[in-house]
Design a protein around this ligand. Structure first.
Ligand SMILES: *Cc1c(COP(=O)(O)O)cnc(C)c1O
Length: 388
């Protein structure tokens, strides 16, 4: 099997599981309990918080553990909207659904949302943000790196504009974290969401950074966990695993970026050489090191995925068909693709365990499958006939 869908989730690292094991077995105490096993669990959480804060350049009391990246996004957006003076909010057209659908829910509650467009490469323009901010704007939320096309936004510039207008700025950094340097002060953001399972950690644990002084309503009411702001008995093993995965990603960041970039660029070059009628989606260089998203004309992404799966290759389509909808990806439509082209898209997201040999296999299988699917396409037949 060749797994190239690391933007969807990553395999749990062995070293991470080893760090988690004690907290799933012998060290099961409730971190809120005052006896020894409880205190040990509490210490482990504090250490994990310190690790993550150190990596992010944050203070320990600015990092809050959550149940996922989606929860961190929900908390930041709903929490800031609730405390905002005005009812106008700004986001981009290419956000993850955890952000987009949260804004949708706020619209139903009477907030007004501006969705900033992106250019053909997937970039948000700082000038557009400047123009969209109004006196009643209560929050700006723009993702650091996109999960489908990998494009990296000019977060420093965007956050600075928001700051000049005294509007809190949130970024969904779930894809960026572990794949590029992420520092809350370098970026100048007020809130930032991250998730463990995208960086070799366990599923079901995330974190929200909230800069001191940012007005954000508490999220889950109950006990005093997470400084009284997000109740729930902590996912101790998950939190410990998250911090260790982040530490490993941070320590190996440069070499990982180099390796992923090499795999990606090799794949991109090979696909362009081998398969006609394809286009790379997203900015050619301002993109995540492991992301390559191609559209192949005259084919349907779902068939492509199924046929790749039969060859033992696990990847993702840019379209939302998998979730039972026939609508093409909102991200691909936002960069200006026609529906039929957006449908024929394939996202490959590499991880450090992938190899150049695997890329060769993927391209070989992909070329054959694309050709087979095109041979069945009446539209392609017309184009092929014109050529001879
Ligand atoms: C995966 C992802 C999320 C959601 O994180 P979960 O921990 O799976 O809830 C949010 N935003 C982006 C950009 C993602 O890639």
């Amino acid at each position: 099997m060749i797994y190239v869908d690391h933007a969807a989730t990553t395999p749990l690292k062995k070293e991470v599981l080893d760090k988690m094991m004690p907290y799933l077995t012998s060290e099961f105490g409730n971190p809120s309990s005052i006896y020894t096993s409880g205190r040990k669990a509490k210490i482990a959480i504090n250490e994990a918080r310190a690790t993550l804060a150190g990596i992010l350049g944050a203070k320990e009391n600015e990092v809050f553990f959550t149940g996922s990246g989606s929860e961190a996004d929900n908390w930041a957006i709903k929490g800031a909207a609730k405390m905002a003076k005005g009812k106008h909010l700004i986001t981009s057209a290419i956000e993850h659904h955890a952000v987009l659908h949260t804004f949708d829910s706020l619209r139903k509650e009477g907030y007004e949302v501006t969705y900033l467009p992106v250019d053909a490469d997937g970039l948000v323009s700082p000038q557009d943000l400047e123009k969209a901010i109004r006196p009643d704007t209560g929050l700006v939320s723009i993702m650091a790196a996109n999960n489908e096309i990998g494009v990296i936004q000019p977060i420093c510039e965007l956050a600075l504009i928001s700051k000049e207008h005294k509007v809190p700025f949130h970024t969904d950094a779930v894809q960026a974290f572990g794949n590029m340097p992420v520092n809350v002060d370098d970026w100048g953001v007020d809130m930032l969401s991250i998730s463990a399972h995208k960086i070799g950690g366990p599923k079901g644990v995330g974190a929200l950074y909230i800069r001191r002084g940012t007005r954000v309503a508490n999220f889950i009411h109950g006990g005093a966990q997470e400084f009284g702001r997000r109740a729930s008995t902590e996912n101790v093993a998950g939190i410990v695993g998250f911090a260790h995965a982040a530490k490993l990603a941070d320590e190996h960041l440069d070499e990982n970026i180099q390796k992923l970039t090499q795999l990606r660029d090799y794949y991109i070059k090979k696909v362009k050489e081998t398969i006609p009628y394809c286009r790379l989606n997203g900015h050619p260089t301002k993109r995540l090191p492991g992301n390559a998203n191609f559209s192949f004309e005259f084919i349907e992404g779902e068939s492509l995925l199924l046929m790749l799966d039969m060859k033992g290759i696990e990847a993702s389509s840019g379209s939302a068909c998998t979730s039972g909808s026939l609508d093409p990806s909102h991200v691909l439509l936002a960069i200006g693709l026609a529906h039929e082209i957006a449908h024929g898209s394939l996202r490959i997201s590499f991880g450090v365990e992938n190899t150049i040999e695997q890329v060769d296999i993927i391209v070989r299988e992909l070329a054959q499958i694309v050709q087979r699917l095109r041979d069945m396409s009446p539209l392609y037949e017309k184009v092929a006939r014109k050529q001879v």
